[in-house]
Design a binder for this molecule. Structure first.
Ligand code: GDP
Ligand code: MG
Length: 439
């Protein structure tokens, strides 16, 4: 898919001017790319029309090649369709804020509620209460209780003999007594949208008057996800969507369709089974993902803006000749720092975004300052010839830089890994990238 798109764009790249035929050809590829990413047919049709209009009458930006312009238009429009900005959760003027989770069986409601409760706890110091409103699925209550225990959040349940509406009613009373600031209601799902389920959910909605009704949708179900979203939204008028299981190899085309078909914002995405795997949804990131480019576009943009071209060529030369030394290491760090937070950059490399090893990666800018301090404590000779760094030199450098000797050792190890990795990257292989993270 991406390959096809890139071929079409590559062809354009070699041309000075774009003709209407060129645009047509690229648009055909983009249409296919979107369909393959599971975007709904009607949505693709409308989308392609908009882009074609913009592309033919293109505002010619001088700094961009025709190919880049088209990619940019596509990217802009995709982002626009998905709502441009991240949308946050509603908050009740008076506690508790009530969030009701709905969706088909297996979509990820119960898991997502746990993730959300944890997020609220961490980010807002919230004291949420979970209500176990799914009395049908075997062990659903236990599942929620276990999740509650793991994240240390109380769970209100009354077993399986009492109606969900009554459970919610009593749960809300308890939340008010205990002054919980958030109430998260878990509900039952079915394999299909059906009337009985919808009636029950409507009753809960009427009683609880939730501030948010979040629809959980499994991104892996592709086209079907759109139908499901439509069904739930018509019945319940949901306030937002959570797209789960985006850690799989789905392109996330469902995100585009759901937003376009329901008009409701996607608020969060689930990217794994762990309680920490819930992220705010950013339309611009998703649009690049749908196009299958990781965040490659942004990376290219940033690189072009910030990376001194001459330096880059020099660096490549050094990689090839394997003469990369500590002076280059520092240069490299400085360049990378200009591009933004390290963890963002690494995630933009195709194939890296979903690499589990990088899931919780955080690179502290202070760490880079420390690395610099260490290198600046080396003599010129040592910087050029890292093999000189024997234990006694390492101790001297540690003392000079005010860092523990373990830090010096770790940095030398990282340097060696980076050097090795660069050798690989210059041969077009990204797989050594993890080595750079020192784990
Ligand atoms: P429910 O029936 O809607 O309550 O769905 P559950 O919360 O029980 O989730 C069903 C399954 O999907 C469980 O095995 C979850 O661990 C899994 N799951 C939920 N969200 C995600 C996600 O974002 N990524 C992955 N890989 N699995 C998920
Ligand atoms: Mg459940």
């Amino acid at each position: 898919l991406t390959e096809r798109l890139q071929n079409a764009i590559g062809k354009l790249r070699r041309k000075g001017k774009v003709s209407e035929t060129d645009v047509k050809e690229v648009m055909r590829e983009i249409r296919l790319a979107l369909l393959e990413a599971d975007v709904n047919f009607q949505v693709v049709k409308d989308f392609v029309k908009t882009v074609r209009q913009r592309a033919v009458g293109a505002e010619v930006l001088e700094s961009l090649t025709p190919a880049q312009q088209i990619v940019k238009i596509v990217n802009d429009e995709l982002t626009k369709v998905m709502g441009e900005e991240a949308v946050t959760l509603e908050k009740a003027p008076k506690i508790p804020t009530i969030i009701m989770m709905v969706g088909l069986q297996g979509a990820g409601k119960t898991t997502t509620l746990g993730k959300l409760a944890l997020k609220l706890k961490k980010e807002q110091n919230a004291r949420p209460l979970l209500i176990a409103g799914d009395i049908y699925r075997p062990a659903a209550i236990d599942q929620l209780k276990i999740i509650g225990q793991n994240i240390d959040v109380p769970v209100f349940s009354l077993g399986t003999d009492i109606s969900p509406v009554e459970i919610v009613r009593q749960g809300l009373i308890q939340a008010k007594e205990k002054k919980n600031d958030y109430v998260l209601i878990d509900t039952a799902g079915r394999l299909q949208v059906d009337e009985k389920l919808m009636n029950e959910l409507s009753e809960i909605k009427q009683l609880a008057e939730p501030n948010e009704i979040l629809l959980t949708v499994d991104a892996m179900t592709g086209q079907n996800a759109v139908e499901v979203a439509k069904g739930f939204n018509e019945q319940l008028n949901v306030t937002g969507v959570v797209l789960t299981k985006l850690d799989g190899d789905t392109r996330g085309g469902a995100a585009l369709s759901i937003r376009a078909v329901t008009g409701k914002p996607i608020k969060f995405i689930g990217q794994g089974e762990k309680m920490t795997d819930l992220d705010v949804f950013y339309p611009d990131r998703m649009s690049s993902r749908i196009l299958g480019m990781g965040d490659m576009l942004t990376l290219i943009e940033k690189a072009q803006q910030d990376f001194d071209q001459k330096k880059a060529t020099e660096m490549q030369e050094k990689m090839r000749e394997n003469t990369f030394d500590f002076n280059d290491f520092i240069d490299q760090m400085a360049q990378v720092q200009k591009m933004g937070p390290m963890e963002d950059i690494i995630k933009m490399i195709p194939g890296m975004a979903n690499n589990p090893a990088l899931k919780n990666l955080k690179v502290d800018p202070k760490d880079i300052e420390h690395l610099k301090a260490i290198v600046f404590s080396m003599t010129e000779k040592e910087r050029e010839d890292p093999d000189l760094l024997n234990p006694s030199r390492r101790r001297r450098i540690a003392a000079g830089s005010g860092r523990p000797v373990q830090d010096v050792n770790r940095m030398i190890k990282q340097f060696n890994q980076m050097k090795k990795m660069m050798g690989k990257v210059s041969k077009g292989n990204f797989s050594g990238m993890e080595g750079m993270l020192g784990n």
